[in-house]
Design a protein around this ligand. Structure first.
Ligand code: F6P
Length: 327
């Protein structure tokens, strides 16, 4: 196994609060162990197009509190082709990068896994996504901050929903997973959560809404996970408006605001611990694993498990919890 002297870091896919804290931790822990560190700009795009910067300890000063990613991020079509990955490998050789730390979600780690196998490159991944949809880890970098952003917005919507006695459908991100919708529903005291993992029909939803409207405040908030297949909150609201014209319904789509903002303490600590541990993993000779956190312990999760959507299942009993706690 070739000795690692220089480590490249990149952030890829949708940005997530805490990515900067992860870049800082990886960089400083690597320098501490005597490695050189290079930052790859715009995710795999920078690897394909040779857009690389040197990272020193002071390059990552004053970023732990910042959302976004100082390395920029992108979704790279070219890296999905063998030709693109070969160009990426050539850049690594030219730049003297011996190993990679990839911070991103399932698409980014899928790319990492293919690249690692094709070109025998040592890669360690960090779970960086607000969606929390990676297997083998209880949580992902950015998820806690996004949850807090959502509940802050829902608390505000609750004020106006109560005043106007309205029904609000609030659409949140999550890709194909309902973690953000379900847990923000619990945390904001919403009347219901509609998530892809559960197939709630309009009748069931009607019951949930009626339940909400039985309360003295006469308003209801339903958290809806984005879902291109069903049309998300807009389509749902249209159906409900037809079946329950007695309720005045409004839709709020929170959108990319959920991806921004200063990371919470939880995300900064998670990113710092996992980022430092990624370098420890490379030192130990680990390859093609994602760093995860299970029950407060750092774990190595093979890429194949991390990106397997069946590996982590949402606790659908929590949907009952939302209902029971809002009666
Ligand atoms: O994966 C993160 C995420 O924010 C998803 O929740 C969402 O579906 C997607 O990215 C949006 O991507 P884009 O910023 O490319 O529109």
């Amino acid at each position: 196994m070739a000795t690692i002297k220089c480590i490249g870091i990149l952030t890829s896919g949708g940005d997530a609060p805490g990515m900067n804290a992860a870049i800082r931790a990886v960089t400083r822990r690597a320098i501490y162990s005597g490695y050189r560190v290079k930052g790859i700009l715009r995710g795999y795009k920078g690897l394909v197009a040779d857009e690389i910067i040197d990272l020193q300890s002071d390059s990552v000063s004053n970023i732990i509190q910042q959302g976004g990613t100082m390395l920029k991020t992108a979704r790279c079509e070219e890296f999905m082709t063998e030709q693109g990955r070969r160009a990426a490998y050539e850049t690594m050789k030219k730049q003297g990068i011996d190993a990679l730390v990839v911070i991103g979600g399932d698409g980014s780690l899928t790319g990492a896994s293919i690249f690692a196998q094709e070109f025998d490159v040592p890669i360690v991944g960090l779970p960086g996504t607000i969606d929390n949809d990676l297997g083998g880890t209880d949580t992902t970098i950015g998820y806690d901050t996004a949850l807090n952003t959502i509940i802050e917005a829902v608390d505000k919507l609750r004020d106006t929903a109560t005043s106007h006695e309205r029904l609000f459908f609030v659409e949140v991100m999550g890709h194909t997973a309902g973690y953000l919708a379900l847990n923000s529903a619990i945390a904001s005291g919403a009347e219901a959560a509609i998530i892809p993992e559960m197939h709630t029909d309009v009748d069931q939803l009607g019951q949930l809404i009626n339940q909400g409207f039985r309360k003295s405040k006469n308003s209801a908030i339903v958290l809806v996970a984005e879902n291109p297949q069903t049309g998300g909150a807009m389509a749902l609201a249209e159906r409900v408006k037809q079946e329950f014209p007695q309720y005045e319904a409004r839709v709020t789509i929170l959108g990319h605001i959920q991806r921004g903002g200063s990371p919470t303490a939880i995300d900064r600590i998670l990113a710092s611990r996992l980022g430092a541990a990624a370098i420890g993993a490379l030192l130990e000779g680990q390859r093609n694993v994602m760093m995860g956190m299970r029950n407060g312990q750092i774990v190595y999760v093979p890429f194949s498990r991390a990106i397997n959507h069946h590996e982590k299942s949402i606790d659908t009993g929590d949907e009952d919890l939302v209902r029971i706690l809002s009666i």
